[in-house]
Design a protein around this ligand. Structure first.
Ligand SMILES: Cc1cc2nc3c(=O)[nH]c(=O)nc-3n(C[C@H](O)[C@H](O)[C@H](O)COP(=O)(O)OP(=O)(O)OC[C@H]3O[C@@H](n4cnc5c(N)ncnc54)[C@H](O)[C@@H]3O)c2cc1C
Length: 437
């Protein structure tokens, strides 16, 4: 057994092993300081490919890697699986359910969850997509809907089961709509006897006047056209009034459906509000030019939890490249501080954005050139493959994509539920870390 030796080296605690936390850790690897990275799950998740898990294209292990494995060669980094419940900025400690972790420098990269704009009870009917349990639940609901349609003798229920509604026309909503449409129109067509899966309706709703509003208008139009070519019913400027077990209520219509997917809003991790500094409408912490918080130069907030508007006047988007660059910058900023230096303000290098819609379909905006269709799709595949963490995952995903391209098959079409004991336990569990992720 290794014995811990008390060290006088600076202590850095990183909360979150997503893009921001992982890149901060990599920048601090094998340096003369002790780093503790705490995440409530044991894995780093590549969220951009999560929709493929939700639509049975990939398995969870293809898009996630154990954090301690990724950082195995960084001798100065300890990885802890635990949920941070509190940050005591005065005592400079991070508190999990089990113990306290003192720090000299703190990096908070706890990301975001969905926001239902005050209607939290909608989540049960319209789950969102942020982590592996979310993806598996959506996959279960989507695949189950086809099974229900195949078995029922009730025509109304069959129609509702074959109707899929996605709320939110951002990149995740567009990806989900395209992937469900492909599932119904290609992958499943020969598998059922009573239903024609091609008759499934996929409806994409957004309250805004166009899909992909962060892209330019011509790319939004292109995306909508490409979705319609895949028989996705795109309805923009449609406000959702309520969702329930039977469907979605719009101002002028009730859509009966059994599968609703929420891709409409984000709320930053509640850890941000605890710090007692200014947060924006989404709960993101308003950070200074070096990503620290006012009055606490030792605390850095990065990724989806940070609101950084010093560069453009508007907060930087919640995307992976922002989180990665912030992570690397923060690692360097900590090393500079320890060496008695100060880095220049953080500057995001925006190389462009992409969103995929389906097979052969995507949009790409590289600032000097904008385009949609096949080449944008190839570019999207390439970028997502090179940023996916782990060579094994890259190879595995590459071959699954090639296989799916030629066969239309999707290998992960399994329906299963979380383990539920047939006899409930008599005693509550001993309090421990929340390991649910
Ligand atoms: C479905 C989906 C698709 C996306 N597609 C794209 C895309 O195509 N391109 C793109 O650039 N961006 C995309 N994004 C956005 C991108 O994934 C995020 O911007 C990025 O992950 C943010 O990184 P982060 O480190 O801030 O947070 P995250 O990557 O979310 O990591 C946060 C980490 O903190 C941990 N954590 C949270 N709370 C606690 C706590 N209390 N205690 C301990 N650990 C905690 C979580 O377990 C998680 O590991 C997508 C996001 C989603 C959800």
């Amino acid at each position: 057994m290794k014995t811990a030796i008390a060290s006088s080296r600076p202590k850095v605690v990183i909360v979150g092993g997503g893009f921001g936390g992982l890149y901060a850790a990599k920048a601090l690897a094998n340096q003369a300081l002790d780093v503790t990275l705490i995440d409530r799950t044991n894995h780093h998740l590549f969220q951009p490919l999560l929709y493929q898990v939700a639509t049975a294209g990939l398995s969870p292990g293809d898009v996630a890697q154990p954090i301690r494995h990724i950082l195995r060669s960084a001798q100065n980094i300890k990885v802890i699986m635990g949920t941070v419940g509190k940050i005591d900025v005065e005592a400079r400690t991070v508190i999990t359910h089990i113990r306290e972790h003192p720090y000299d420098y703190l990096v908070v990269a706890a990301g975001a969850r969905h926001s239902y704009f005050g209607n939290d009870d909608w989540e049960a009917f319209a789950p969102g997509l942020k982590n592996i349990p979310d993806a598996l639940e959506l996959r279960r609901r989507i695949l189950n809907a086809f099974e229900i349609a195949e078995t029922t003798t009730d025509e109304e229920l069959r129609k509702a089961a074959l109707t899929f509604v996605i709320i939110g026309g951002g990149p995740t909503g567009v990806e989900m709509a395209g992937a469900i449409s492909e599932l119904a129109r290609r992958t499943l067509v020969d598998d059922f006897r009573e239903i024609r899966t091609k008759q499934a309706k996929v409806i994409l709703l957004d309250a805004a006047p166009r899909v992909l509003p962060v892209f330019t208008e011509d790319l939004s139009r292109s995306a909508q056209k490409q979705l319609e070519q895949m028989d996705v019913d795109v309805r923009v400027a449609k406000k959702v009034l309520t969702v329930n077990a039977d469907g979605v209520q719009l101002e002028d219509e009730f859509i009966k459906t059994r599968t609703i997917i929420w891709a409409a809003g984000n709320a930053a991790s509640p850890l941000g509000k605890q710090l007692g500094v200014e947060t924006d409408r989404q709960g993101r912490v308003v950070v200074t030019q070096d990503l620290s918080i006012p009055g606490h130069p030792e605390i850095f907030i990065i990724g989806d939890l940070a609101s950084y508007s010093h560069q453009t006047g508007k907060p930087l988007a919640g995307v992976a490249s922002v989180a990665m660059q912030m992570g690397t910058y923060t690692g360097k900023a900590i090393l500079a501080r320890i060496g008695g230096n100060q880095l220049a303000p953080f500057k995001y290098l925006d190389r462009g954005s992409m969103a995929t819609i389906g097979r052969h379909r995507a949009v790409a905006d590289f600032h000097i050139i904008r385009f949609g269709g096949f080449f944008a799709w190839l570019g999207w595949l390439w970028v997502h493959l090179i940023f996916l963490v782990g060579l094994r995952n890259q190879i595995q995903v590459f071959f699954q994509w090639v296989w799916a391209y030629f066969t239309y098959a999707r290998g992960a079409r399994l329906i299963y539920r979380n383990f539920q004991p047939s006899v409930p336990p008599k005693k509550p569990r001993i309090p421990s870390e929340d390991l649910t992720g």
